[in-house]
Design a protein around this ligand. Structure first.
Ligand code: ADP
Ligand code: ZN
Length: 623
């Protein structure tokens, strides 16, 4: 073997060093061993099988569940000058036959295929192709415990019998303990080689906003969008109706936004997905159905308009942000109404207990007063011994005050109405609201009516949430969601226990003023993500030229349109930033840039270099 993995990394991909574990994983394949690879989305799994595929004789067969994923990967490989193809049912028979012939001659180094297709083609492979190894992507699909179980994946165990000599690499981004052993068992992986990389995604900032009204949410969303002009983002909502109303509001504000949910036709959904991938729309407002099979690397923010139903889905969804490892923002809106709705979904679901437990963990995350990243990592079985400094709790640790009297007022209101009221009425009574319902039910005559007039509606909702979290009240789901005082609550009510409440930070006022400023500024950026400063510094933010960046981006767009591939396949945002900072004036210097291998150097170098030279001449060569 003349070429080392390091050499291929530089020449084909334009990267200088491996990320943690990539090198070991590649080595284990070169040593002909089976392995299970667990890495978060965006962690860099593909390179782990692509590089051995280039080094070993024959063709590597990559099994992938989705045609769109295969297409993206094949395009990305080709843009780096690597011969790869996908056998799939979308191709017509002639195309598939031609691909097969090229596999037989060993011309194709990576062959992507679906599990069904692979099983159908097994004998052809066996008889005609020198298979270097099998890589099973999204391997969690093989397990019933995994969250996207695909029955046809289970039949992949046949590979071991038909190709006993061929090593197998199984890769996934989500697998708990049970799923992990299931993958190993079903694929009959030998040697117990497991590579589990950290699930931490330090470039994703984490932010939870509690108790926002619909208009507060829109205000913050618009401020986030205006902080990222021309960038891509995803907004997840619980219902189809919400996706439509949010998208409508954004469109009315001049944002290019599309809607994606299961109620649309397959055609409509594909169009939105394609528009998003190709940067024709900036924002997709979607239900959870969106994102599987999206390999877009430049998503700069992911917003959860409503509370997700589990930490797994939440993490997978925010994981679609910042896959190029540049900073990306995530915001989760959390309020009681969502929690109540999700509780009833979980109650009515087939797997009530599991789903309620998952929701409880999600709720704990949203309500947490400790570093949120620690909670996430802990959830995925990784312990972290330090705070992340890139979540809202780390940035503004909660301040507490003696809230005993406030809590007593609320508990008393609940008791004096015989525990027959929910959150809304409790707050209305405390605030002394004059509604027909209150008058008719005589609640204006109880002692606590109006006793909490000095606290706003929003703050009362938050304090009630804290009371729920601390176990002073509970929600009777079987009694119209009325609130009940618990025995712990009685201790407070009767003065036997003091309570510390967290001071509510009125950060929506900050969002409002940010929106008024309305434009991107470095100050805003670093207010949004603390580590952004560090990460951008890494890219020479000081020397980066924003006007040049935009021009480079336009050129990337043109090239992408000409070659009919998504813009991020041409080059990543990170590469564009690097070019805008280093401003290479020769093709050779261009070739030394981050993410530029030989193929991209020759294919795009001349056009980018001439743009940069023109720009520098025009601006008086100030670099
Ligand atoms: P995954 O399949 O794990 O979700 P990818 O393989 O798509 O992730 O990799 C995510 C991004 O990281 C891609 O843009 C890829 O080119 C980049 N990447 C992978 N390995 C490296 C590396 N060693 N150095 C720099 N970038 C890398
Ligand atoms: Zn933190």
């Amino acid at each position: 073997m003349t070429q080392t993995p390091e050499h291929i990394l530089k020449v084909c991909y334009g990267y200088d060093s491996f990320r943690p574990m990539q090198r070991e994983i590649i080595q284990s394949m070169l040593d002909c061993q089976d392995s299970l690879v667990l890495m978060p989305t965006g962690g860099g799994k593909s390179i782990c099988f692509q590089i051995p595929a280039l080094m070993l004789p024959g063709t590597a067969v990559v099994v992938s569940p989705l045609i769109s994923l295969m297409k993206d990967q094949v395009e990305a490989l080709r843009s780096n000058g690597i011969s790869a193809e996908a056998l799939n049912s979308n191709n017509d028979d002639c195309v598939n036959a031609a691909i097969k012939r090229r596999c037989e001659t060993g011309e194709i180094k990576l062959l992507y295929t679906s599990p069904e297709r692979l099983l159908a083609d097994l004998e052809w492979l066996y008889d005609n192709v020198e298979v270097s190894f099998f890589a099973i992507d999204e391997a969690h699909c093989i397990s019933q415990w995994g969250h996207d179980f695909r029955p046809e994946y289970t039949r992949l165990s046949v590979l071991r019998r038909r190709f006993p000599e061929c090593p197998v690499m199984a890769l996934t981004a989500t697998a708990d303990k049970l799923t992990k052993t299931d993958i190993v068992d079903r694929l009959e992986l030998r040697g117990g080689n497991m590579f589990i990389s950290s699930f931490d995604r330090p470039n994703l900032s984490l932010d939870v906003r509690r108790g926002y009204t619909a208009s507060d949410k829109m205000r913050l969303i618009r401020s986030i969008i205006s902080r990222h002009p021309g960038d891509s983002g995803i907004i997840y909502c619980m219902s189809r109706k919400t996706t439509e109303s949010v998208a409508y509001k954004l469109q009315s504000a001049g944002v290019t936004a599309g809607v994606y949910h299961a109620g649309l036709s397959a055609d409509q959904r594909n169009r939105v997905q394609e528009d998003f991938i190709n940067d024709r729309i900036d924002v997709v407002v979607a239900t959870i159905a969106f994102g599987m099979g999206i390999d877009k690397s430049n998503v700069r923010y992911v917003i959860h308009y409503n509370l997700p139903r589990s930490i797994e889905s939440f993490y997978q969804e925010i994981g679609r942000g910042g896959r190029d490892s540049l900073p990306a923002e995530t915001v989760l809106f959390y309020n009681l109404q969502d929690l109540i709705t999700l509780r009833s979904f979980a109650d009515d679901s087939g797997q009530q207990e599991i789903n309620l437990e998952k929701l409880r963990r999600m709720q704990e995350y949203a309500e947490a007063q400790v570093c949120r990243r620690r909670i996430l990592l802990n959830y995925f079985g990784e312990t972290s011994d330090r705070d992340c400094c890139n979540c809202d709790v780390c940035r503004t640790p909660p301040v507490r005050f003696d809230g005993t009297v406030l809590v007593q007022k609320a508990l008393s209101a609940i008791r004096r109405t015989d525990e027959k009221i929910g959150f809304r009425l409790t707050v209305e009574i405390l605030r002394g609201a004059c509604t027909t319902e209150i008058i008719e039910r005589g609640y204006d005559r109880i002692k606590t009516y109006g006793a909490g007039r000095d606290v706003s509606y929003r703050d009362w909702n938050d304090y009630l949430l804290q009371m729920l979290q601390m176990g002073f009240i509970e929600i009777a789901y079987d009694e119209d969601r009325h609130l009940k005082v618990t025995s712990l609550g009685e201790e407070v009510l009767f003065g036997r226990r003091r309570v510390e409440l967290a001071v509510i930070s009125h950060d929506y006022t900050r969002d409002r003023s940010q929106l008024r400023q309305g434009k991107k500024s470095t100050a805003n950026r670093s207010a949004g993500t603390v580590s952004a400063g560090i990460l951008f510094a890494d890219l020479n933010a000081d020397t980066e030229d924003h006007i040049l960046f935009e021009r480079l981006r336009t050129l990337r767009r043109e090239i992408a349109d000409e070659s009919r591939v998504p813009a991020f396949v041409v080059m990543s945002d990170k590469t564009l930033h690097a070019l805008a900072a280093s401003k290479p004036r020769s093709v050779e210097a261009f070739g030394d840039s981050y993410g530029i291998g030989e193929h991209k150097r020759d294919a795009y170098g001349p056009r980018f270099v001439s743009l940069i030279n023109d720009y520098l001449d025009e601006t008086g060569n100030k670099s």
